[in-house]
Ligand binder design. Structure first.
Ligand SMILES: [Zn+2]
Length: 306
């Protein structure tokens, strides 16, 4: 696995960049000096993975790559990292031995053909980022090219910083660039390829949280809509109730009116009936009178005939 990765890196880096990397991500602040530092994101991750568990003694290695000058600016392009072997280290010092240097050169020749040493990296386990007198001595004697850089990583305090030569002084670089081939996404998270499982699980957790949050928001939205609907329903019911009451009132009123009308009709009918009865009585009386008259006449004619 590791061999393959190295082969890939060599292949990528031998496709040397004639111009500055275009796919970049700035880390820290802009550099206003006539220099810049670019580090391939794979190398950046590789170094942080390497530094991760180096929390007892100082440890380190060299940085390889090239320098591209553009518009009067020297850009140190870091494309590889070689871990120091056969070195001597204490919690606050690091010494590259003769054997270490032999190892570096043979590794550059084997794996980084066409590239050169552009600086070094070492760790400061839990004492911050700066250059000690010993570090300055190493820089002065082994990395004294105008474009050589020093990279310091504190894996415990999670701090890092580059130093470069500004004239005769070693200055801390305010920022640098991560880069990769065009079209490759640049991630700021410091995880090596072997950590991808951890990275994925972290992504999963955050995705899970996002999904959970979205579900909660949707549920809340539904509740709000339901509450609004319910209040709408209640208002509609109230309105309906009022309408029904009005209808009932109207019906009661109508019934009362109808009763009154019926009473009126009954009364007028009674009156009419009474009138008719009276008339009938009158007629009867007249009839009776006529009958009596006829009877009297009959009686008279009978007696007259005798
Ligand atoms: Zn140091």
């Amino acid at each position: 696995m590791k061999k393959n990765k190295n082969k890939n890196r060599v292949k990528a880096s031998t496709q040397s960049l004639a111009t500055l990397p275009q796919n970049i991500m700035p880390i820290g602040e802009r550099v206003y000096d006539d220099k810049n530092i670019y580090i391939h994101q794979k190398v950046y991750r590789q170094i942080h993975k390497f530094a991760e568990d180096k929390n007892k003694n100082e440890s380190g290695g060299i940085l390889v790559g090239k320098v591209i000058n553009e518009l009067g600016k020297d850009n140190t392009i870091i494309e590889g990292f070689i871990e120091a072997k056969y070195n001597e280290a204490t919690p606050t010092t690091l010494t590259f031995t003769h054997q270490t240097w032999e190892y570096f050169h043979s590794e550059v020749n084997k794996k980084y053909k066409g590239m050169k040493i552009v600086g070094w990296i070492h760790t400061h386990p839990n004492f911050g980022v700066f250059l000690s007198e010993n570090d300055k001595f190493i820089q002065n004697n082994f990395f004294n090219d105008v474009n050589h850089v020093a990279y310091v990583v504190d894996p415990i305090q999670n701090e890092e910083g580059f130093y470069f030569w500004i004239g005769e002084k070693l200055e801390r670089c305010p920022g640098f660039y991560l880069f990769d081939k065009n079209g490759v996404k640049i991630k700021t998270k410091v995880f090596s390829d072997t950590d991808s499982v951890e990275e994925k699980s972290i992504t999963k957790v955050s995705t899970f949280n996002i999904v959970l949050a979205v579900i909660l928001i949707i549920m809340m939205a539904f509740n709000i809509v339901a509450m609004v609907n319910m209040s709408d329903d209640i208002a509609a019911l109230k309105k309906e109730n009022d309408t029904l009451k009005a209808h009932v009132d109207k019906i009661q009123h109508n019934i009362q009116n109808n009763f009154r009308t019926i009473e009126g009709v009954i009364n007028s009918n009674n009156l009419k009936n009474n009138d008719q009865n009276d008339n009938n009585n009158k007629n009867n009386n007249q009839n009776n009178k006529q009958n009596i008259k006829v009877e009297n006449q009959n009686n008279q004619s009978e007696t007259g005939g005798n």
